[in-house]
Every structure is written in C-alpha cells, then in structure tokens.
Design a protein around this ligand. Structure first.
Ligand code: FES
Length: 139
C-alpha cells in the first residue's frame, strides 16, 4: 500500500470548490523527495476553500501528512512567505501543534489547516526536512 497516495489517507476539505482562481507558489527545498523531480518552484492555482496540503498533493507535491490532515501531527509544516492574510487564521489547536515542528518560525503553519480565503498570490516554502519529520524516540 502506498501510504502517500492522495485520497487514501488525506482528509480533504471535502465540499465542492469554485474555480481555481488563487495563485499559490510552492518553493520546495528538497524537490526530489517531495516530487521525484528537481523543479523547485511550482506555480499552482487553488480554489478558495481548499487547504494548502490538498492543493499541493493534488499536483504531485507529496507533503508529509502523518495524521491525514487533522491537526494531530506537525509533519505538514510549511512557511508562508507571502499571503498569510489570504489564509484562514491559525486556531489554538494549530498553534499548539505547530510548536512541535522542527525549525519553527514566525511564519510557520500547518499546511492542512491553511484554508485559502483571499485572492493571493500565496507563497509557501516547504522545508527540506519535511519528509524526515518522524522523530525517533530517545532512550
Ligand atoms: S497532516 Fe497532521 S497536522 Fe497537518
């Protein structure tokens, strides 16, 4: 079973979306592990109401999402470099959770919790350690 397959384990926002009118640019620090290719910048179009994790996954950018997009891990951590005001505000649950992410910054968000609201453009950086975020338990 391919655990990264879109639709199998990812909670998408579910309802019907309007036309994709919002430009979202993903900057991949490690494109090889996220897409299998070497293209670092992906300009995509999103519909309002979609979250950033599903937009990426729909276009073959396999951002880690260990909990399936329910705000119960921090593996879908990204940085919002532009357009934070075009996204839904972080809930308290997200704020608590994102603090566990390695490389926390002021513009850190959990991509599964960022719903596209405004007109963009939105710029998202996916950190290189995204695919290696599963922590080893120290003993
Ligand atoms: S996928 Fe787990 S918090 Fe986003």
């Amino acid at each position: 079973m391919d655990r990264w397959e879109f639709g199998m384990h990812l909670r998408s926002s579910g309802h019907h979306h309007g036309p994709p009118t919002v430009k979202v640019v993903y900057h991949l620090e490690d494109p090889e592990s996220l897409t299998g290719g070497n293209k670092e910048v992906h300009e995509l179009m999103a519909a309002k109401g979609e979250h950033l994790l599903e937009v990426a996954m729909e276009h073959g950018i396999n951002i880690e999402h260990a909990c399936g997009g329910v705000c119960a891990c921090s593996t879908c951590h990204v940085y919002i470099e532009k357009g934070m005001e075009d996204l839904s505000e972080a809930t308290e649950a997200e704020e608590d959770r994102v603090e566990e992410a390695p490389g926390l910054q002021r513009n850190s968000r959990l991509s599964c919790q960022c719903v596209v609201k405004g007109d963009g453009p939105i710029h998202v950086r996916v950190p290189a350690w995204n695919r290696n975020a599963i922590k080893e338990i120290p003993h």
